[in-house]
Ligand binder design. Sequence first.
Ligand code: COA
Length: 189
Amino acid sequence: MGSGARAATVRNLTDMGGRSGESAPVDPRAASVTVRAARPSDLAAVVAIERAAFSDPWPESAFRDALAGDRMYFRVAAVEGGLEVAGYVIGWFAGGDGEIANIAVDERARGCGVGGTLLDAALQAARERGAETVHLEVRESNVVARALYASRAFQGVGRRRGYYREPSEDAIVLRCVLEPRLGGVAAAP
Ligand SMILES: CC(C)(COP(=O)(O)OP(=O)(O)OC[C@H]1O[C@@H](n2cnc3c(N)ncnc32)[C@H](O)[C@@H]1OP(=O)(O)O)[C@@H](O)C(=O)NCCC(=O)NCCS
């Protein structure tokens, strides 16, 4: 996913507002995930999630740039009764293609549908903005993320050798073919 060091490469939708969260761990049985546009006040929590999630994290400036970019899709997820910033997704969509540049979920909120909800929101936005395909890169060893993407019909279409740092590792390039008229996701041919 993404550019440079780590090329980075979705359920309910309402607005939550408020500050970055420091709440207690989420109860997966009570989880209700909402997605909204990221705001400057979210950056501290987003950067904290990024640093905990990745060995080669994006710098804060990359998130500021994403907030400022009018063509960027930058959303955060909140969990009702839990974290106000439980995860985020960043992407862009242009010319019939889209890319998921970054996605991560606070360790305390994983396994509750937050990552899937964020990814579904991004895929829906891509579809609404005319994208027919969405690409992303993922570390070959990242079995959890690869399971997430497989669950949304992403399929492998390539490999970038030594793409990631710390540690050096190949990226697997994945593609999702969107099916606009059905509002769903179609497997790549
Ligand atoms: C990958 C990540 C975003 C998933 O977020 P999450 O909120 O835990 O995922 P969800 O609970 O929404 O699960 C979505 C799917 O992911 C897969 N998944 C999630 N946790 C899993 C696990 N522990 N083992 C295997 N598959 C898993 C499943 O396919 C799941 O689908 P299901 O809900 O239909 O079972 C999260 O683990 C994370 O932030 N990881 C670190 C950052 C990262 O690797 N980002 C991706 C970079 S390419």
